[in-house]
Design a protein around this ligand. Structure first.
Ligand code: SGN
Ligand code: CA
Length: 531
């Protein structure tokens, strides 16, 4: 009898454990997978779902066709590593501490991948992180050191560093597909960060696309010759002008021999961006860029400043957009894999960039400013059965919101310190609960490369107010509806006096809401001075 009791207990216990395991694995597989695709410096002007004047990106566009296109997505601090820190922590730069590319990321910050991993998600990261630290909360990662290289890049892995021959965008995709095919645990939901280096400076396309794109010419942006008449000091002193600050060698790919022959003095010596190529890659490159050098030598003697600006802009666009063509192809491979493996239905796919970029608007390249081209960032999300296909959403969302969005999708409570808002109501058509009226921005990396002064500001759908501080004290206001290109700074226009007061009040409230203050501004200036 005693033995019978024991056996019964044993069988019941076994059944209970069995049921639990089966149930929890079933629950886990029902949780949605998340694929976060992010490129580096990808302007929304260079995605055909937003604007098809410059390039066709049919694969990235597929995400919008099958899901949602956000037309008012922005970043809180338009620069690489700080944007990534905001995405991972769900906290503004002044709270997570990673205010610029130079400061260290404080690894005591809790990041959303750590929480998802704890909740049973399998996690992996491939490509560019740019933190200086290895990421926490990942079962597997293979990341580029710092900015990484376009050709034959080195990767940091949990097993040490390795150099992989080939083109970085293809390699990052191969690593991602290899993980999905060979090491993904089908019993668990997964969260994958697939992070492209492209189209970051110095814009080196693959052979296929430098061959194709160097034959193209592109329409000029309306503000290529902006004289910054109504703007303050910051725009006038920034060093990101295509004419003045883009280098003919590193950026436009003339050889040092060419500029020596023409007796041109570069404004800054950035070296040669093509140094990492092997002889075969270099020969293919020279076969295309050699004739470009020869052609320039013939044209240069008769070029005035405007013609040189246009030549540099065309060279810039050919290479920048050429790198995006590879990103688009590779995004297509990932989407095809999800479709083929029947994973697409239960997978949320995000495509975004760490910030926007200037493609000649205001005469610029690079980012950093709170003006639209770098403040806004592309955002396309698909999630079959949850997002109705083909929707355009104009609510003001930010990279600050990703962490809470992903946690809600996974059924994990977000820590109280996170400062964003989950996008799930917008994604699932429950817009009534979304009540954000303004977003906050703060850029710090100054004095530094490109010389963009420190500034913070607030944006509503109607207006944008910016305060440049530190070594200046200047305000700018833009009417976003009437002046989307932000050419007229109306801060001193008496007809907007009321709006200025309202926006200053809004800025005050927003700074308070996100716990930013003058004390913190000064703290970060002091830290910078100590470096
Ligand atoms: C490099 C680039 C800059 C760029 C920063 C930050 N110069 O320093 O043009 O602004 O990265 O970019 S380069 O000559 O080295 O290419 S970020 O995306 O990493 O923030
Ligand atoms: Ca970037």
């Amino acid at each position: 009898m005693k033995l019978f009791k024991h056996i019964t207990f044993f069988v019941v216990a076994l059944l209970t454990v069995g049921c639990k395991t089966e149930k929890s694995s079933k629950e886990n597989t029902q949780k949605p997978n998340i694929i976060f695709i992010m490129s580096d410096d990808h302007a929304y002007q260079a995605i055909s779902a937003y604007d098809d004047t410059l390039i066709q990106t049919p694969n990235i566009d597929r995400i919008a066709k099958e899901g949602m296109l956000f037309t008012n997505a922005s970043v809180t601090n338009s620069i690489c590593a700080p944007s990534r820190a905001v995405i991972l922590t769900g906290k503004h730069s002044h709270i997570n501490g990673k205010i610029d590319n130079l400061s260290k990321f404080d690894t005591t910050n809790v990041t959303f991948p750590q929480l998802l991993q704890k909740a049973g998600y399998q996690t992996a990261m491939f490509g560019k992180l740019h933190f200086g630290n290895n990421p926490k909360g990942f079962d597997e990662f293979k990341i580029l050191p710092g900015q990484g290289a376009y050709y034959n890049p080195k990767f940091i892995t949990q097993k040490g560093d390795t150099i992989i021959n080939g083109y970085v965008t293809d390699i990052t995709t191969d690593l991602t597909l290899d993980w999905m095919k060979n090491r993904r645990d089908p019993k668990k939901p997964f969260m994958l960060m697939y992070l492209h280096k492209a189209p970051h400076r110095a814009w080196l396309p693959s052979k296929k696309y430098f061959t194709e794109y160097t034959k193209k010419t592109f329409p000029l942006p309306a503000t290529l010759f902006d004289d910054y008449k109504t703007r303050g000091t910051a725009s006038k002193t920034a060093q990101m002008g295509i004419f003045k600050h883009m280098s003919l060698t590193n950026d436009n790919k003339l050889t040092s021999q060419t500029i020596k022959e023409l007796r041109i003095k570069e404004w800054s010596n950035l070296g040669q961006s093509i140094d990492g190529m092997n002889p075969e890659q270099r020969a293919a490159w020279d076969a295309v860029y050699g004739p470009i050098n020869e052609d320039f030598k013939k044209r240069y003697p008769t070029m005035n400043d405007s013609l040189l600006t246009v030549w540099k802009y065309q060279r810039y666009m050919q290479d920048y957009l050429g790198t995006i063509a590879s990103v688009d192809d590779n995004v297509g491979h990932i989407l095809d894999y999800l479709d083929d493996e029947k994973l697409a239905d239960n997978t949320l796919v995000v495509y975004t960039s760490d910030q926007g970029f200037y493609l000649g608007e205001h005469g610029w390249f690079d980012k950093r400013f709170m003006y639209n081209e770098s403040f806004k960032t592309p955002l396309l999300i698909k999630w079959p059965n949850q997002i109705k296909p083909g929707i355009t959403e104009d609510e003001m969302v930010q990279n600050l919101d990703f962490a809470q969005t992903f946690l809600e999708i996974a059924g994990v409570d977000a820590p109280k310190e996170m400062q964003g808002e989950s996008l799930v109501p917008l994604l699932t058509g429950k817009k009534e609960t979304w009540d954000r009226e303004a977003v906050y921005y703060h850029y710090y990396e100054y004095p530094a490369e490109h010389a963009v002064k420190r500034h913070y500001g607030v944006a509503t759908k109607e207006f944008k107010l910016i305060h440049f501080y530190h070594d200046v004290n200047e305000w700018e206001l833009y009417d976003s509806k009437k002046d989307p290109k932000e050419i007229n700074n109306i801060i001193n226009d008496p007809t907007y006096a009321e709006v200025v007061l309202e926006m200053k009040q809004k800025l005050k409230e927003t700074r308070k809401k996100y716990k930013d203050s003058e004390t913190l501004d000064n703290h970060y200036i002091e830290l910078y001075n100590k470096k």
